[in-house]
Design a protein around this ligand. Structure first.
Ligand SMILES: [Zn+2]
Length: 676
């Protein structure tokens, strides 16, 4: 008899990491980005806004006095996933830095105990490059150029992971982003609550969380948290990140499943830093596997009073984006100290709206708390570079660098109007009201001349309004405050190119790329410049970089297709043109652009074939008829041109073009004789 297989199995069993019990639960952590706690019933919200989340919290335990460490996505999630506060994780701003190497993650702790680990991320703010992927065997952050992914797609991907075969129990983190501005939701949800786009997004996320919950296997612990709230105009703040008032730092925290008491609510003061410890306890993983600064929520809730517990709060965004004082704070759930240029104290019990500053007459117990506000560091945590070009162009990227000189920095509380005007100016620009946006942003730069974001937004708005000289002057002001603003370098490049100063523009794109090697908005135009200079060999690597970084857009592929044509590699060119079509926001335009390129290259057969393809696919799109008709006219084939122009007249045309085409048709009828 051969015992070797048996012995091998025994040896394997001994080697298995700390022999997980067969009954170790699956752990599913759901983080709702920018989700206001008061949208849920346990936090005083309406019962019907989020029925699935309300049902989950009624079935498990709601921790109704939970605080985010920072009202910003990356620092808050870093704390959630490690149990360490930002002073230890090293992550204080979106887009800057990487999780400190000595900080273990919950995913590492669970994975070392035999858990399968996976994450599905909805926003590039949480891309793997910031270090939060540590410990996850599968980290799905493939967001491409689209900025963020909708809840429906996130749920689909999460359910696919739940259904896939695996070894051991599962730790799955699922991130939803739809309640983040601009609150985009499928039509059905938008129609249901037209008055409040934010609440429509709440309803959408809730329905997708419901779908995910229905797909969970038995024996699963579920934690649902929000990373921060959304101010929605409270205290004058449009979104989140600048202030430490309750609408943005008071967050959702629900636990449910095996080991969690059902139907309970706890008002114990707690933090997102407590979630990792709680989940490791529920997974029977010793707390020592984490170096958490948090505590087990269930244990905390058994004792209502925790004298001396002080939960840190911080907002570095005011400094990082606007060069205002950062806000540092601390709370015990009852009192909240916030330190900007001066101290402010709020009694959350008697003044939940935080309108009365008690700092001048602070009660004794609140004074003890004040000493726990962290000291300002000598250097701001804004050194380094914004390493993710996905954050650029969205108005969310910090301005790296800067000196932390409290005497010269304004307090965010004195800049509420600037904050609102910046948001309003961006909206006006996006909705085509550029005159209003220019005036508004000009006044912002006058009110707050040290604000790099204000100068950048003003410059970018001027540029889009065609006032390029003034745009360049404003962008130079932004760059004089932070020379590492890749967006401002790229915008200046665009402005120069529109003035036909192509070589100068190219130098600006190079500056942008020195900061952001895969910034598509600089890679594409720089490649186009080299192509125009007849240097395809210099253009190609730039385009390849955009493709390999995952940030290529339809223009990238069109340009690379052009490079391939110049290099006489038509098959590769055709593949690139097809890629451009696939990802194009307007495939009609992209298909036509591809056809145009063939025509410019005098490859008329392929070009006319593509116009015909475009006409077949998009019969109501006039430009294909017009361009192909013009080609036949030039080629002296009026009989082929005539029906195309007739069909163009059946499409939407601007009055000038229509008049022109009608003239052509008349002339052709005279030349060709009566046409049927
Ligand atoms: Zn967030």
């Amino acid at each position: 008899m051969d015992f070797r297989p048996k012995l091998a199995a025994l040896a394997l069993a001994l080697l298995l990491p700390a022999a997980l019990g067969a009954q170790s639960p699956n752990i599913v952590l759901i983080s709702l980005d920018t989700f206001r706690a008061d949208r849920l019933a346990a936090w005083g919200g309406a019962a019907d806004l989020a029925p699935h989340l309300n049902a989950l919290s009624a079935k498990g335990m709601a921790f109704t006095c939970c605080f985010a460490p920072a009202p910003e996505t990356l620092p808050s999630h870093a704390t959630l996933l490690t149990g360490a506060f930002p002073s230890r994780t090293g992550l204080h701003n979106n887009g800057l830095g990487r999780l400190a190497p000595g900080v273990p993650t919950l995913a590492e702790a669970l994975s070392a105990r035999g858990y399968s680990t996976a994450a599905v991320i909805a926003s590039p703010v949480l891309n793997a490059r910031y270090g939060l992927a540590r410990g996850f065997a599968h980290y799905d952050d493939m967001l491409g150029t689209f900025g963020s992914r909708p809840a429906g797609e996130i749920t689909d991907r999460a359910i696919a992971i739940l259904k896939a075969p695996r070894k051991g129990p599962l730790f799955l983190w699922v991130h939803f982003f739809d309640t983040h501005f601009p609150y985009q939701v499928p039509d059905a949800f938008a129609r249901a609550t037209t008055a409040r786009p934010y609440d429509a997004a709440v309803g959408y996320v809730d329905s997708e969380v419901g779908r995910l919950l229905r797909a969970l296997p038995a024996n699963t612990v579920v934690a649902v948290v929000s990373d921060h709230g959304e101010a929605l105009g409270d205290h004058g703040e449009p979104t989140h990140g600048v202030f430490l008032f309750q609408p943005t730092v008071h967050v959702v925290c629900v636990l449910s499943g095996p080991g969690v008491p059902a139907g309970k609510t706890s008002a114990v003061a707690c933090s997102l830093a407590d979630v990792a410890s709680s989940l490791s306890v529920l997974a029977s993983v010793p707390a020592s596997a984490l170096r958490s600064q948090g505590q087990d929520l269930m244990a905390l809730s058994r004792t209502p009073e925790h004298p001396g517990r002080a939960l840190p709060l911080e907002a570095w965004l005011p400094f990082a984006q606007f060069r205002w004082m950062p806000l540092l704070g601390v709370t015990d759930g009852r009192y909240k100290w916030v330190r900007g240029k001066t101290d402010r104290l709020y009694d959350l019990a008697s003044d939940p709206g935080e309108v009365r500053d008690l700092s001048a007459s602070a009660p004794l117990e609140a004074l003890a708390l004040r000493d726990k506000v962290l000291a300002l560091p000598a250097d701001p945590p804004t050194q380094g570079q914004v390493v993710d070009s996905a954050l650029l162009g969205l108005g969310h990227a910090p301005a790296p660098g800067g000196h932390l000189d409290p005497a010269s920095l304004p307090d965010p509380n004195d800049r509420v109007r600037v904050l609102q005007d910046l948001a309003q100016g961006r909206l006006e620009r996006a909705s085509g009201q550029s005159d209003r946006a220019v005036l508004r942003l000009k006044s912002v730069t006058e009110a707050d001349p040290g604000n790099p974001s204000a100068w950048y937004e003003y410059g970018e708005t001027l540029r889009r309004a065609g006032q390029t000289d003034q745009a360049i002057a404003a962008l130079d002001r932004a760059l004089s405050i932070s020379s590492q603003l890749a967006e401002a370098w790229a915008a200046k490049g665009h402005a120069l190119v529109s003035q036909d100063k192509n070589a100068e523009g190219a130098r600006c794109y190079e500056r942008a790329l020195a900061l952001q090697p895969d910034f598509t908005s600089a890679l594409n135009p720089l490649a186009a410049y080299y192509l125009d200079e007849n240097k395809p060999d210099k253009a190609l690597p730039l385009l390849e970089r955009a493709v390999s970084a995952g940030f290529a857009d339809d223009w990238t592929y069109l340009l690379r297709g052009r490079v391939r044509l110049v290099q006489d590699r038509p098959q590769e060119a055709a593949r690139d043109f097809e890629s451009a079509l696939r990802i194009s926001a307007d495939p009609r335009q992209t298909l036509k652009a591809e056809a145009d390129i063939y025509m410019i290259r005098a490859r008329y057969e392929e070009g006319t074939r593509l116009y015909a393809e475009g006409i077949k696919r998009y019969p109501a799109f006039a430009p294909n008829y017009l361009t192909l008709g013009s080609y036949y006219l030039q080629a002296d084939q009026p009989a082929q041109a005539y029906p195309l122009f007739k069909k163009a007249l059946a499409c939407d045309l601007d009055p000038k073009t229509r008049g022109h085409v009608e003239g052509l048709v008349k002339e052709l009828e005279e030349t060709l004789g009566p046409q049927s």
